[in-house]
Design a protein around this ligand. Structure first.
Ligand SMILES: C[S@@+](CC[C@H](N)C(=O)[O-])C[C@H]1O[C@@H](n2cnc3c(N)ncnc32)[C@H](O)[C@@H]1O
Length: 267
């Protein structure tokens, strides 16, 4: 890329895009289609009387794309997605569903996942056992401000707000649909929990006594840098399930009821 006469900012944009697993996966599907086309051409010369069936071609496309994903060291779930993707396309074409079905499915996924291809943090909820553990870590003798960065459908915030009526519990969510659901839940249950639709990257962490995160491994290193730069001494950074590489947690809480550990760092 650097040998092409392109302005630096375009190269940087392309590099940033290439780092996204979804972009790599799509590019690898295109590469797999080219490889498959060459293989089918070759097969046509070798066995002109027995052309490969469409089913075999679809399976081969998936297998080549999955192998390429493995070669590019994408996470294991991408190997599976790469294999299943051409099969799903084939099925979708065979089923001949009306186009509006795809439009509705696309719009629903879009408002649910929004920028997940960039953030690499999809929605999955934490559990009551984790909320119990967080509640026990918070100081009980004074009001606190707690933020759930990426609050999903709002379970954590609503639960903590009902336990701590003295405190301010806030959820920040980027995706419109989960944010709307959490906002409606708060209004309907008359909860004191508040929900803001925003990117937590734009939040000032110094405003909070505790920051709770249930994100993904891809987000943790940047989260650590932000917490170090902004959080006040004595405040608490909490991460459900995901560690921060090279920064051992001050506390690791894992009870029998918890599916995943809760990590805590005192800033
Ligand atoms: C794994 S879910 C956790 C939901 C909730 N905190 C819980 O514990 O049940 C992560 C959520 O973070 C949201 N998210 C991802 N990146 C975000 C960002 N930069 N700013 C705000 N929310 C974000 C996702 O849309 C998703 O709903």
């Amino acid at each position: 890329l650097t040998s092409l006469p392109l302005p630096g900012f375009i190269i940087n944009r392309l590099r940033a895009a290439w780092r996204l697993p979804a972009v790599q996966a799509l590019s690898l599907q295109v590469l797999a289609a080219l490889a498959l086309w060459l293989l089918l051409l070759l097969w046509g010369y070798v066995k002109p009387s027995a052309p490969a069936s469409i089913g075999i071609a679809v399976l081969m496309q998936g297998a080549i794309a999955a192998l390429l994903a493995r070669w590019r060291k994408l996470a294991v779930w991408w190997w599976i997605i790469q294999f299943v993707f051409p099969l799903s396309l084939f099925l979708a074409v065979t089923l001949q569903l009306p186009p509006v079905v795809y439009l509705i499915a696309f719009l629903t996924l879009f408002v649910l996942y929004w920028h997940t291809f960039r953030t690499q943090v999809p929605y999955y909820p934490s559990t009551l056992a984790v909320w119990d553990a967080v509640a026990q870590l918070l100081p009980a003798d004074r009001a606190v401000r707690v933020v759930d960065i990426g609050s999903g459908l709002g379970g954590f915030v609503l639960n903590l707000a009902s336990r701590r009526p003295d405190s301010e519990i806030i959820g920040v969510e980027l995706a419109p649909l989960p944010w709307l659901v959490s906002w409606l839940r708060a209004h309907m249950s008359k909860s004191r929990g508040r929900f803001i639709r925003a990117d937590y990257a734009a939040l000032d962490f110094s405003q909070y006594d505790a920051v709770f995160a249930y994100l993904s491994p891809a987000a943790m290193s940047a989260l650590w840098d932000k917490a170090q730069a902004e959080m006040r001494p004595g405040s608490l950074l909490l991460s459900n399930e995901f560690v921060i590489e090279h920064h051992a947690a001050d506390l690791v809480i894992q009870t029998e009821q918890m599916r995943t550990p809760l990590y805590a760092w005192y800033i």
